[in-house]
Design a protein around this ligand. Sequence first.
Ligand code: NAD
Ligand code: ZN
Length: 440
Amino acid sequence: MPMRIEDILNHKGHEGHKDNHTKAPVFLCALRDLCGLTPMRTAWTFHSAVSLVFGRDSVRQLGDIVNRLPAKKVLVVTDPILVKAGVADAAINPLKAAGVAVTDFDGGQAEAPLAAVKACENAARAAKLDAIVALGGGSNMDIAKMTAVLLTHGGTIQDYLGDDRIPGPILPVICIPTTAGTGSEVSGAAAFTDTDNKVKVGCLSNYLRPRVAVVDPLLTVSCPPKVTADSGIDALTRAIEAFTAVNNEDFPLPAGERSVYQGRNPMGDLCAERAIKLCGQFLPRAAKNGKDLEAREGMALAAMLAGLAFSNVGVALVHAMEYPVGGATGCSHGAGNGLLLPHVMRFHLPLRTAEFAKVAEWLGEDVSGLNENDAAERAVTAVEKLLVDIGIPRKLREFGVTAEQLPSFAEKAVAIKRILRVNPRPVTAADCEAIYRAAL
Ligand SMILES: NC(=O)c1ccc[n+]([C@@H]2O[C@H](COP(=O)([O-])OP(=O)(O)OC[C@H]3O[C@@H](n4cnc5c(N)ncnc54)[C@H](O)[C@@H]3O)[C@@H](O)[C@H]2O)c1
Ligand SMILES: [Zn+2]
């Protein structure tokens, strides 16, 4: 019998509710019953940027948004490509028109090397700011976020790498993505390239969430096809990883440790589902014709939703395995993820068959009449087709990877515990090496 709202408000369980292992309030269990969900042992929370502003030309509101923070002096973090494409002016002009004092930092770089953060910090310290406006792909947004951390709390980047190590709120950051994308505009994550050690490093904290995300799909129109394809497949990877992650009630967080990631939960599922559908519908179109505004808008929404999903649920094995590859070869994060995605999906198929069957359907596959295993397999082939369609390399050799590198990549991947505890299946270095070999 379905639960009635009055029962929930009266905190009564319903007959047949056999939830004797849960310590969560009856209210929560009741709500979960109402939604047709299995009860959970633990509570989950959901974080975002404080405000989301989404739509064509929304960047024109930037002056007003900054004034209402309130902030009078801002650093705009951008890069030479965006300056040349005129995208930087799209953000700077409304700021100046609103009387905001703007200092430019156009030293952003793809894949955010640690040295770029240092340069940005120096520019920011000299400018005495109220806020930072980050304009760009994930790289510039992450540089801006870490700069805000350093300005507020001092120290070095190394002090904050890992999970939940930022001690408190940071200088307000407004993120304006120009790729679709990483979802950094809503996430509590920042990733950098440690060029000395040839590895990607990351920082997770809810204090890293931007104050405002201004998502204007028109700013992505100038993205070349490769950037569109790479950043778009990253959004899909993150949505699929979130939807097939370890469940929240099984999230294996050792006592005394904290994590921004929490495993799968209903809000994350909701965002991931919509993001996967949007990527299936719009990623090939956006990659083929950058002027297809409907596709650009669909992908901007997909990226933001995938950002909301992964930044609460977590990313998993694809990301852990991409970090050593990206660090060693300098391939783009998205291309590395896209290449590894079908291989890792295959590794997870036995444990997440029902979920992958849904993913297949959401990617536009006709799964009617198929049994669950065959439908799930279609998710893998749909992703493989998509990779071919949008021109993502299919072999690690195309990035210059050699067989000799694989054992060390595997060792590095399994060491990334903050990510791997989100994985639905335990994974060893031998497993990673086998997956790398299949992708070589
Ligand atoms: N913080 C997070 O939540 C998060 C999540 C996933 C990935 N990342 C990180 O984000 C980075 C990748 O970000 P990305 O995929 O957005 O790419 P990117 O920021 O590295 O940009 C790639 C290139 O595209 C150019 N570009 C960006 N927008 C453009 C536009 N509108 N027109 C023309 N050129 C444009 C940039 O100048 C750059 O040269 C990686 O370092 C990755 O690890 C961060
Ligand atoms: Zn990613």
